[in-house]
Design a protein around this ligand. Structure first.
Ligand code: F0G
Length: 445
């Protein structure tokens, strides 16, 4: 607790937060958390992370950093369920876009900041495809606890996210490379300069992200769903979810775990390739490292770079790969890849019949649809797709999808292999004339 460590000094593997539950006994039943609802005046009860603090008991209450994260909601989305092929009432969208910086990252950031405060960190850094940097920058600006330093790949970040980092006053370092390059560099720089690292290699980040699953259970009145479907990038979320369910089961707070589906973009499909095609498994922690090394060597030799419209998950070397293998083992998981076309069509459906999301988030819905069509998910199963980020994070992709301007469509989406916009909602051009406007509205509504 007193040190900044992200890897084991002997084997180099990631670290995990492990609790001595006898010292910090959790509630006997998840229902006990409901008492917190009447205490919304207390910031630790208002926070959707810290009202579950008995399940992440690494910090003393006075140490906790919160800016009201995790006040998110679980929405039943019947129109999207029709698109996915699920029965009415069976698809739920967990909307993490409602967080203060507009993505799920704030769940983990408040936990990492709590640890950072405990050790007196003065500077905090991350590499990011955009959302982690927005979240870090926000926590630094609101709490003034540390100076934010964010590493981003050049030309790879959506403007919504870049504008947040700049606006919140983060030192923004644009590397001539992609996320995988930036991730490598930030780890070296953090070590060299003693800067607190908040990427999901930081085990406390994942503790905060466990609470997304607690809120899903809470919204389902503590019933366990059949499936959790989540986009996979750096694989922090999926790893955190697996840990959350393993602990709840160990504590006797749930009697079964849901199945987990992690969805890669086809242009950034390392997990899919390793898990589904090359048979890599957790294997009680004895996973086949040569399988991973071979694949990464192949990526290097062929100079293959991640490429997807879902820029948030444009990652080829996910740092939490092995923890995610453990989560897949715990939750009898599956991995799928979906194309940019499938992602954008799903995103349009979420926008039309849900709360809206950014492209990476829609990978979860596209993945659920694929798993339904393959018969892996049954129509009457209860499915929760995690919408990880807000719709306004990446308006370029949305506008390009709905545009009537073919040149704009080709410029943003055509080069990604997106051919059509089946669910486009095109703006209607009309002259500045009352009769023409009335005529157009009569015609189209
Ligand atoms: N969805 C969104 C909107 C994200 O921003 C990310 C990750 C993911 C999904 C994937 O989550 O990494 O836990 O598997 N964004 C990181 C970032 C990498 O830098 O903002 P993961």
């Amino acid at each position: 607790m007193d040190e900044v460590l992200t890897a084991c000094s002997q084997c180099g593997g990631l670290l995990d937060v492990a609790y001595d539950w006898d010292r910090t006994p959790p509630p006997a039943s998840l229902r006990e958390f409901e008492q917190k609802w009447t205490r919304r005046w207390d910031p630790l009860c208002l926070s959707g992370v810290w009202r579950f603090r008995e399940l992440l008991p690494f910090a003393r209450p006075e140490q906790i950093v919160t800016i009201g994260e995790g006040q998110t909601l679980l929405q039943v989305a019947d129109q999207v369920a029709r698109f996915v092929g699920l029965d009415q009432g069976r698809l739920h969208l967990q909307y993490e876009g409602l967080n203060p910086s507009g993505s799920f990252k704030d769940n983990g950031m408040s936990a990492a900041f709590t640890h950072a405060r405990g050790i007196g960190a003065k500077r905090a850094a991350c590499a990011s495809t955009g959302n982690t940097s927005a979240s870090l920058a926000l926590y630094c600006s609101v709490t003034q606890l540390a100076k934010a330093i964010v590493f981003i790949g050049s030309g790879k970040i959506s403007f919504g996210k870049l504008s947040q980092a700049l606006d919140y006053g983060a030192l923004t370092v644009q590397i001539a490379g992609d996320f995988d390059d930036a991730m490598l560099r930030v780890q070296q720089v953090a070590r060299e300069l003693g800067i607190y690292l908040v990427n999901s290699v930081n085990p406390f980040r994942l503790e905060g992200q466990k609470t997304i699953m607690y809120r899903v259970l809470e919204a389902l009145r503590w019933e366990v769903p059949d499936w959790i479907v989540v986009p996979g990038g750096n694989l922090g979320n999926s790893s955190a979810f697996g840990k959350a369910f393993a602990e709840l089961r160990e504590l006797g707070l749930i009697d079964r775990v849901p199945r987990l589906a992690v969805i890669n973009a086809a242009g950034a499909n390392t997990l899919f390739e390793l898990f589904e095609r090359r048979g890599l498994r957790w294997n009680k922690g004895q996973f086949a490292e040569p399988v991973i090394d071979d694949y990464y060597n192949q990526l290097t030799a062929t100079e293959r770079r991640a490429a997807t419209i879902a820029s948030a998950i444009e990652i080829n070397r996910p740092v939490n790969l092995t923890k995610c293998l453990r989560a897949l083992d715990i939750c009898d998981g599956v991995v799928r890849e979906v194309s940019d076309q499938e992602i954008l069509d799903a995103k349009a459906q979420v926008g039309a019949g849900g709360l809206g999301c950014e492209p990476a988030s829609a990978a979860s819905v596209a993945g659920a649809k694929l798993l339904r069509s393959q018969g892996v998910i049954a129509p009457d199963e209860r499915v929760v797709c995690i919408l990880t980020g807000h719709q306004l994070k990446d308006p370029d992709a949305t506008v390009a999808y709905h545009t009537t301007d073919q040149a704009k469509f080709n410029e943003v989406l055509g080069k990604r292999g997106v051919k059509r916009a089946a669910y486009a909602n095109r703006a209607v051009p009309v002259s500045n004339d009352l009769d023409e406007i009335v005529k157009a509205i009569r015609l189209y509504s």
